[in-house]
Design a binder for this molecule. Structure first.
Ligand code: BES
Ligand code: MN
Ligand code: ZN
Length: 497
């Protein structure tokens, strides 16, 4: 899809979308278009009871007096309440309706509406983001898509009063979109294609963006003592990898910030085997790593002024003659021992070694990990919020604000000593599960907390938000890339310059 910016002038072909405010209020460009078409827009809105609510659309085909094929009116609600998300969702809604419509060209007029508080240039850029993000598809393995189901749109032009400023705002968002798409892609890939080594190769390819990438193999990890991570991978024919991606866009010598992702490329549960139903979902058990990978690409792409480390722990969790058993005791890189009571609680085992390595190697300002860690977080929060656990209020508040701004929302959950006691083991320093059926997301977070060593840390449990069963706003159904926009925003708003 090509995105372009141009001034607010009537296009001569394709489809034209126009924003409409609550109360069916047209902006100045829309009003002119209404006049040009002999009052067609006003009459259509009235006839269809179109009120301009956010995401409401109305299509007028073959309008007289203009050369375009159709006009799509899209509501943005009350301009005073409109945010960047309103714009993104409006762009997404328009594209959802037109992607396979036969139209190849779409112009979206980001009209001037009285009372709009989002700067016009930003509003237009966010419209473009939503349009592009919603139009993304993963079709690599489809060889027989019927013509009428193939996307036809190839070019989207944003018409904006301040086209130049809008284009400037877009330059940054376009790179974020690139990162979002990379994340969606790896999360969508089937597990026979995306496994630790092949995922590591994709990470290594980010060197083209100026990232430093170091891929640790099994031998190096064994030397470092990563017994927890290696234990998870030992039942798989696919050897594990730990990938370190670094972006040094900040002041030389400035302490970096760090993001760490769970990258279980397939989670069968291991010897504590999962039931067969929906086990295929566990191909996206690497969505945390996918988000870190996409985030690093976005930050490098837009040349973020910050020093950032991204670490992903990549393993496949399989049952096998060599697989770890319930009852095994492993020694993590920290030296702490872990009694494995359920081999399906593997994410924390991968993360604890990645987190320890991160601190030892990089002395980060803070660490944020992302992981599809527990089914229990889906019971708690459904698909609306990711669970957030933090040992630092300031960091947690910054993440929550970035969540509100990007629509990738988080909800803080508690940590407390009483939960921590629930993972004490009779024969080792800790066990890898708490009491069955009790606060599973919290005991998982308590486990990770034992590897933070006083470093400010937040853990995002994204099991409920990494994958969407239905289209939603700027996200088509499937991999959401949850975390890329959220953490890009966290960095942009707090850690650059
Ligand atoms: N990857 C799963 C968690 C998960 C479940 C992610 C559903 C996405 C959708 C994780 O490794 C896991 O199996 N967790 C167990 C932990 C339990 C054994 C303590 C769970 O949630 O059941
Ligand atoms: Mn598991
Ligand atoms: Zn898992």
């Amino acid at each position: 899809m090509k995105i372009a910016f141009s001034s607010l002038a009537l296009p001569k072909s394709g489809a034209l979308a126009v924003t409409v405010a609550a109360g069916a209020k047209l902006g100045s460009f829309g009003a002119e278009l209404d006049e040009r078409t002999g009052g067609l827009l006003g009459r259509s809105m009235k006839a269809a009871r179109f009120s301009g609510k956010a995401d409401e659309t109305l299509t007028v085909l073959a309008p007289n007096g203009v050369e375009i094929n159709r006009i799509v009116l899209v509501g943005i609600g009350n301009p005073a309440d409109a945010t960047q998300l309103t714009a993104g969702n409006a762009g997404a809604t328009v594209v959802a309706g037109l992607l396979t419509s036969g139209e190849t060209e779409l112009s979206i007029a980001s009209d001037a509406h009285e009372g709009l508080t989002v700067p016009a240039a930003e509003f237009a850029a966010e419209l473009a983001f939503g349009a592009l993000a919603r139009g993304w598809r993963f079709e690599r393995y489809k060889t027989k898509t019927p013509e009428e189901k193939k996307p036809t749109l190839t070019r989207i032009t944003l018409l904006a009063g301040e086209a130049k400023a809008a284009k400037k705002a877009w330059e940054r968002l376009e790179k974020v979109a690139d990162g979002v798409f990379l994340a969606r892609e790896v999360v969508s890939e089937p597990p026979n294609v995306l496994y630790p080594e092949s995922f590591a190769e994709r990470c290594a390819a980010l060197r083209d963006l100026g990232l430093e990438v170091d891929v640790l193999d099994e031998k190096r990890m064994r030397k470092l003592g990563m017994g927890a991570l290696l234990g998870v991978g030992q039942g798989s024919a696919k050897p594990p990898r730990l990938v370190v991606m670094r972006w040094n866009g900040g002041k030389p010598g400035d302490q970096p910030i760090a993001f760490i992702g769970k990258g279980v490329t397939f989670d069968t549960g291991g010897i504590s085997l999962k039931p067969g139903l929906n086990m295929d979902d566990m191909k996206w058990d690497m969505a945390g790593a996918g988000a870190v990978y996409g985030l690093m690409a976005a930050l490098a792409g837009r040349k973020a002024k910050a020093n950032v480390v991204g670490i992903v722990g990549l393993v496949e969790n399989m049952p096998d003659g060599n697989a770890q058993r319930p009852g095994d005791v492993v020694t993590s890189m920290s030296g702490q021992t872990i009694e494995i009571l359920n081999t399906d609680a593997e994410g924390r085992l991968v993360l604890c070694d990645a987190m320890w390595y991160c601190q030892q190697e990089f002395k980060p300002k803070f660490m944020i990990d992302l992981a599809t860690l527990t089914g229990a977080i889906i019971v708690s929060l459904g698909n609306e919020h990711a669970g957030m656990f933090a040992n630092n209020d300031e960091l947690s508040e910054k993440i929550a604000r970035a969540g509100q701004a990007t629509g990738e929302k988080v909800w803080r959950m508690p940590l407390a000593p009483a939960y921590d006691r629930d993972i004490d083991s009779d024969i080792a320093d800790m066990r890898n599960i708490g009491s069955p059926g009790k606060a599973g997301s919290i005991t998982a977070a308590q486990f990770l907390a034992r590897y933070t060593n006083g470093v400010p840390w937040a853990h995002l449990d994204i099991a409920g938000t990494a994958w969407s069963k239905a289209d939603k706003g700027v996200v088509p159904k499937g991999a959401t890339a949850f975390g890329v926009r959220l953490l890009d925003r966290l960095v942009a708003d707090n850690y650059e310059g």
